[in-house]
Design a binder for this molecule. Structure first.
Ligand code: ACM
Length: 537
């Protein structure tokens, strides 16, 4: 922000030197002194005198990226009520391709005559439209659809800009998932990590294993608030799953908004729902119920050939649905007790010469990596995949702080940073006395300032190692989050802070400036009917 203020300051100085130019009234002078109200903060924004008013006569010319233009102009029409016809030449809003611009970047030039929007690819054009949309007033009440004259040169800091949603603990329908992705895209986040399987529910239809959703998608009830000991259940059946057509619909919807959907299929732990459906996948053979409690469960997949055939078949169907290069296989929080007590697991360790159950876990993950590579995909796992040795091409998602990410980057592996200290949006965001029920197992709240203070590249890394940090991600776990409105309350505005962490230059970040821009954008969030948490006064 400091930098942006300098640039705006320079523009003002120039204006003062020339005297107030014609056409700059009180309103636009005010705009001149305020920064571009854009989140995430663009790399460079320079205000110049004047403004451009969109009117009934304003036309659009798609010199490139016509699919993006069609969709985004339609959104602008809905927003403004203006006809904004797409014309062949001499459009007032011109979209063109620029060979000098890298992927996802764009240049926006607004003067009193025209808007020129140049982009290196479709994603860049899409992001330019999102910036344009934030520069417009939230509503027309104050003097028309006016854009400030300015130039914006913008490009992301990180290629991976993720947001996660746990649909295992609570199920959220396709309409909500699409809305979640839509909001992500408007703030230039581009990876949706869809946590699809859990102890408490399996959410994706798999043809070869129909019981995964017939049985595994439904649990008898959920705990009442934090009542686990003694357990108090709510007596209400909970569940749901996505059909393959619904998954395809979400993936296509996300692709239109330049969001890649990364599915997570959890193994070998957090697998109670799958084992409830197919007990032969477990180590005990015991009949289980889909879990009705939260926390870390002992139940794990046994490292049997039956299990690997299951994983191979499931992943084959998963990669058909999700074009993402990455498939997330979980691997967090795997208690070893069942493997210690299992003859089969012990025999595998003996056969493979594995020293302990951690090495067995590492062997398990390497085998899954082999399966994914046969399907032409790459593996992401939570940082527990470091234990017992990393699979050769694995990417590590660092959640227990940044330690695992640092270790993985030093070993030359790619890393996604989602440390619990900043990026867990299921944690309280204020005083537990006054906030609705949320997580507090780490003993701290993550307020907006803390979410914003997240730096994805740890100081400990050399420049070469730092290049392995693909970017940050925020996580929304849903043990206590049972409604769409509550997801939104927990996700926003913290996900907007994350968007700025992921996109904006490190040196330009400034919390006070962020909050100022956020306040200016609240009418836009209201227009979207987002149930965000109100800002502290
Ligand atoms: C996690 O929060 N167990 C990844």
């Amino acid at each position: 922000m400091a930098r942006n203020k300098v640039i705006v300051g320079l523009a003002l100085l120039t204006l003062a030197a020339c005297g107030a130019p014609e056409g700059i009234g009180r309103d636009s002078t005010e705009t001149l002194t305020s920064p571009a109200t854009v989140i995430p903060l663009p790399r460079e924004a320079r205000r110049s005198p004047g403004e451009l008013r969109l009117t009934e006569a304003t036309t659009v010319q798609a010199g490139a990226y016509s699919e993006v233009v069609k969709r985004e102009v339609e959104a602008l029409r809905e927003r403004t009520g203006l006809p904004l016809p797409i014309v062949e030449e001499a459009g007032d809003l011109l979209v063109e391709s620029a060979a000098d611009l890298p992927d996802e970047s764009y240049r926006l030039s607004i003067d009193e005559e025209q808007v020129v929007l140049a982009a290196g690819d479709g994603a860049g054009a899409f992001y330019a439209f999102q910036t344009l949309s934030q520069l417009l007033p939230a509503a027309v009440a104050t003097g028309g659809w006016v854009l400030p004259a300015m130039t914006v040169e913008d490009a992301p800091r990180f290629s991976y800009r993720g947001l996660h949603l746990d649909v295992g603990r609570h199920f959220f329908d396709v309409d909500f998932v699409k809305r979640y992705i839509d909001v992500m895209a408007r703030f230039k986040l581009n990876r949706f990590h869809w946590h699809l399987t859990e102890d408490q529910g399996w959410r994706v239809e798999i043809d070869a294993y129909p019981r995964l959703t017939e049985v595994g998608a439904w649990r008898a009830e959920s705990p009442v608030e934090k009542n686990l000991d003694p357990y108090v259940g709510d007596g209400t059946r909970h569940g749901g799953f996505y059909t393959k057509d619904e998954i395809r619909e979400v993936v296509a919807y996300a692709a239109d908004r330049f969001v890649t959907v990364i599915p997570e299929i959890e193994m070998p732990g957090h697998a109670t729902a799958a084992i409830a459906a197919y007990p032969e996948l477990g180590c005990t053979g015991e009949a289980l119920e889909v879990s009705t409690t939260w926390g870390i469960h002992d139940t794990v997949f046994c490292p049997s050939e039956t299990t690997f055939e299951f994983i191979d078949t499931v992943l084959a169907e998963v990669v058909e649905l999700f074009p993402s290069q990455y498939i997330h296989i979980g691997a967090d929080e795997v208690p070893k007790r069942q493997w210690e007590e299992s003859e089969l697991a012990q025999a595998v360790m003996e056969r493979e010469g594995l020293a302990d159950e951690e090495e067995l876990q590492s062997w398990f993950i390497r085998r899954v990596e082999g399966i994914l590579e046969r399907h032409g995909r790459r593996l992401i796992g939570w940082d527990e995949i470091l234990e017992g040795g990393l699979a050769p091409n694995a990417t590590v998602m660092s959640w227990r702080g940044t330690k695992g990410g640092i270790e993985a980057a030093r070993q030359g592996h790619d890393v996604i940073m989602t440390p619990v200290e900043h990026a867990y949006f299921d944690f309280y965001q204020g005083d537990a006395e006054t906030e609705p029920l949320a997580m507090n197992w780490a003993g701290f709240a993550i307020d907006l300032a803390r979410a914003y203070a997240f730096e994805p590249v740890p100081e400990e890394l050399t420049e070469a190692q730092a290049r392995h940090v693909l970017g940050p991600q925020g996580n929304v776990w849903t043990e206590y989050i049972s409604t769409p409105e509550y997801v939104e309350y927990m996700a926003y505005p913290r996900a907007l802070a994350l968007a700025e962490v992921a996109w904006s230059p490190r040196g330009a970040r400034d919390y006070d400036g962020f909050v100022e821009r956020l306040r200016a954008l609240l009418p836009l969030l209201d227009r979207m009917e987002l149930s965000y948490r109100p800002l502290d006064p």
